[in-house]
Design a protein around this ligand. Structure first.
Ligand code: ADP
Ligand code: MG
Length: 630
């Protein structure tokens, strides 16, 4: 197994020549930036002393710059359609995957058939990548003040559950914001670094991270100076937002508000619910004041016990992944040394109780759970940029979801199983299934399910130029490689002649904002082209199969079962299809296939009758055709 060395040996910057590096926690709810000052990581506040930047972006009309953070969050109720929150839930996702999110978010999606969702705002259609770029830009600007210049490199954290396209999209957002990404880092790993678990005693630790929109549990091991993530599990759609929604529904019912609130009123209710929830972490009871559309206020109250009853099942839902992660790590619960809590929602007393009960010990909360991830990212960034040449820290991350390819029958063959440490390279050999097959199409998938249709499709590509051989003779080696950021490239190589084809979904370093933007647009345009291409290829394949089958049948039974006129008709239709199949006119090819079907129907019927007659007279079909060949 390859260890990832993240310090660059031999580099020793002068103390005064420190390079400017920052760690960024790009959160669903809040984002933060931190940097190492005098050897200690510190989160960087804004001019008003606030460290948490709400991950909310408000777009304005007439080319005015977008507003990010508290001011945007405050405008959520009044201007919901132009104010984007929780875009991290959508980043790197395609429209197809949206239903689960569409119910939860209260935005109107821009019309159009692009594969990337866009919000219809007064500033035009905005993608989650663009909105994330605004947040990153705001944080970088904040960091520049403290660092004395724009950061030269940043480490950005992502949930352990982020898949390839979500990681890609995060890197794209950083590029659009003009940032140089040193590395993406899993959030739980960053938290563990902040806690200095790598400098403590050897042991196995659990990191429980319940934020606004995601839940992650990671089991980490520290031995012989190496820090390794043994397993991760979680729920990418569970967090404080869900708690807010529960409480909001309760308040709505208590206040008799009815079900059809408009966007603004709904937002306002969620903001109120969050405030009450956060208050209940410190107080046994909270008063609720809700201003109703009619103008008068509704006054209510809720106790912590009532609140806990409302959300008990949500908290309970975090325990199954905990059990899974411990199991995947191959350890017993009592082998755990430390448990640390990450994410704002771990301030809820019921969460702390549930975690303590499950793991059988009190969890660490010494470092502010909101900041711990950014602090760890800052430590990482400082090392990666070369400010700590003597550091020998090694970090290992794991692949959150299995990676594999499609095989015959719509099944998924896993090449790299989930929880494999990265970087990782795995290869597997495949072969052809038809005589003389010269091309192989590969479909790259991500997920744990058996059937292709249940997993996520990452990419498709083709290996061409395989020398014709009998079925099963060719050796095609498919290699999956995952780099330190968790990004995947796949190659296929035919072993005898060495023809190779590969697909790389790599970040685009060194590009300008405009280039990144246009690449994103191009990727979207090409998606359609690619789909058309595939449809055409499949149609051509169908044409080829039809022609092959008919030609073989004609060679065998044509003379015997057809008269000269019939043979000419079929030959003519065959020639027409053959000609058209060299081109790209789908409608014409489809028409020629249908025409060939039509003129050869009589031939097919006679062959069928023939076979039945022979079977009835005591001869098997196979036996009969054998006689004919002789
Ligand atoms: P993310 O990483 O998803 O952005 P954070 O770690 O910033 O999330 O956590 C944000 C969540 O934590 C929000 O749902 C917020 O309401 C919740 N939160 C923050 N403070 C408290 C508190 N005192 N009690 C309960 N929940 C809190
Ligand atoms: Mg977080």
């Amino acid at each position: 197994m390859t260890l990832l060395q993240i310090s660059e040996p031999g580099r020793s910057p002068e103390p005064h020549a420190r390079r400017r590096a920052a760690g960024i926690d790009l959160g669903t709810t809040h984002s933060l930036v931190a940097t190492v000052v005098d050897g200690r990581p510190e989160t960087i506040p804004d001019a008003d002393g606030r460290v948490l930047l709400p991950s909310v972006v408000r777009y304005l009309a007439d080319g005015a710059p977008a507003v990010v953070g508290d001011a945007a969050r405050a405008a959520q109720a009044e201007d919901p359609l132009n104010t984007l929150a929780s875009v991290k839930r959508l980043i790197g996702r395609s429209i197809d995957e949206l239903p689960e999110f569409a119910n939860r978010s209260h935005y109107e999606f821009a019309a159009g058939d692009s594969i990337m969702p866009k919000f219809a705002t007064v500033a035009g259609p905005i993608s989650p990548v663009q909105a994330s770029a605004e947040i990153l830009r705001a944080l970088a600007l904040r960091a520049a003040g403290t660092l004395g210049g724009a950061p030269e490199g940043v480490v950005i954290t992502v949930p352990a559950y982020f898949d390839d396209s979500q990681r890609q999209a995060t890197i794209d957002a950083a590029r659009i914001a003009g940032l140089n990404v040193l590395r993406l880092l899993n959030e739980p790993t960053a938290a563990a670094v902040a806690y200095g678990l790598d400098r403590g005693t050897e042991g196995v630790h659990a990191v429980y991270d319940l934020g606004g929109g995601t839940f992650d549990i990671s089991i980490l091991r520290f031995t012989k100076g190496v820090f390794e993530v043994l397993s991760t599990a979680g729920d990418s759609a569970l967090g404080g937002d869900d708690v807010d929604a529960r409480l909001a529904a309760w308040i709505r019912a208590q206040a008799g508000l009815g079900d059809n609130l408009d966007h603004g009123a709904h937002r306002q209710l969620l903001v109120l619910a969050r405030a009450i929830k956060e208050g209940l972490s410190d107080h046994a009871e909270m008063e609720i004041t809700l201003s109703r559309p009619s103008g008068e206020n509704w006054l209510g109250r809720i106790t912590r016990a009532q609140f806990e009853e409302l959300i008990a099942d949500l908290i309970e839902r975090t325990l199954a992944p905990c059990r899974q992660a411990v199991k995947d790590a191959g350890i017993a619960l009592d082998e755990l040394t430390e448990v640390i809590l990450v994410g704002g929602s771990t301030r809820i007393p019921l969460v702390r109780e549930a975690v303590a009960k499950f793991f059988g010990r009190e969890a660490h909360v010494e470092i502010d759970p909101d900041r711990v991830v950014a602090l760890g990212a800052a430590i990482q960034a400082d090392i990666l940029i070369g400010n700590k040449p003597d550091s020998d820290m090694l970090l290992l991350d794991v692949i959150p979801l299995s990676l594999g390819i499609e095989t015959m029958g719509g099944l998924t063959e896993k090449i790299i199983p989930r929880n494999t440490t990265i970087p990782a390279v795995r290869a597997q050999d495949f072969t052809t299934y038809k005589d003389g097959q010269t091309a192989l199409s590969l479909h790259v998938l991500q997920g744990e399910r058996e059937l292709v249709r249940d997993n996520r499709s990452l990419a498709r590509f083709e290996l061409r130029g395989i020398p014709p051989m009998v079925a099963g003779a060719a050796r095609i080696r498919v290699t999956f490689q995952v780099d330190a950021d968790g990004l995947l490239s796949v190659s296929a190589r035919e072993q005898t002649q060495g023809v190779e084809s590969r697909i790389e979904v790599k970040p685009s370093y060194g590009l300008s904002d405009e280039e990144v933007e246009s690449m994103l647009t191009a990727a979207m345009d090409h998606a359609h082209e690619d789909m058309d291409q595939r449809r055409l290829r499949e149609l051509k394949l169908e044409a080829n199969q039809t022609m092959e089958a008919l030609t073989a049948a004609l060679a065998k039974d044509g003379e015997r079962l057809l008269d000269a006129g019939e043979r000419t008709d079929i030959a003519g239709a065959l020639a027409r299809l053959h000609g058209l199949n060299q081109g790209a006119d789908e409608t014409a090819i489809r028409g020629a296939i249908d025409e060939l079907d039509r003129v050869s129907t009589v031939f097919a019927q006679r062959r069928m009758d023939d076979a039945i007659r022979n079977a009835l007279s005591g001869h098997g079909v196979a036996e009969f055709s054998g006689d004919q060949d002789a």
